[in-house]
Design a protein around this ligand. Structure first.
Ligand SMILES: [Zn+2]
Length: 105
């Protein structure tokens, strides 16, 4: 049997660090705009939430279209562990920080 040429059917693999938590239908996360990051920063200072991680050169905040998780990465293809999600920025533009991870000190 010959392999068929043309469009390969690729399984949907989300880049979201929280892809294991619930069903994900999109593969490509959005990139947060400067305005969105500002909005999140305002909500953080108003609510006394944990600050967003420092954005190193070449890094960007990505946002999942399925679960609204937000994480910092160098590219969409970078694999980010689930505990490095900064928080959730939902459809109502409400920021909810991710729970702090226990491991520290
Ligand atoms: Zn997600």
């Amino acid at each position: 049997m010959k392999a068929r040429k043309g469009v390969a059917v690729r399984p949907i693999v989300s880049r979201c660090p929280w892809r294991e938590r619930e069903a994900h239908e999109t593969t490509k996360p959005d990139i947060l705009t400067e305005a969105e990051i500002q909005d999140i920063a305002v909500q953080i200072s108003e609510n006394g939430y944990r600050a967003l991680p420092f954005v190193e050169t070449g890094k960007q905040f990505f946002s999942c279209r399925d679960c609204y998780a937000v994480w910092l990465a160098g590219s969409v293809f970078e694999r980010v562990p689930a505990d490095q999600v900064s928080g959730v920025y939902d459809i109502a533009f409400i920021w909810t920080p991710a729970p702090e991870t226990e491991k520290k000190e």
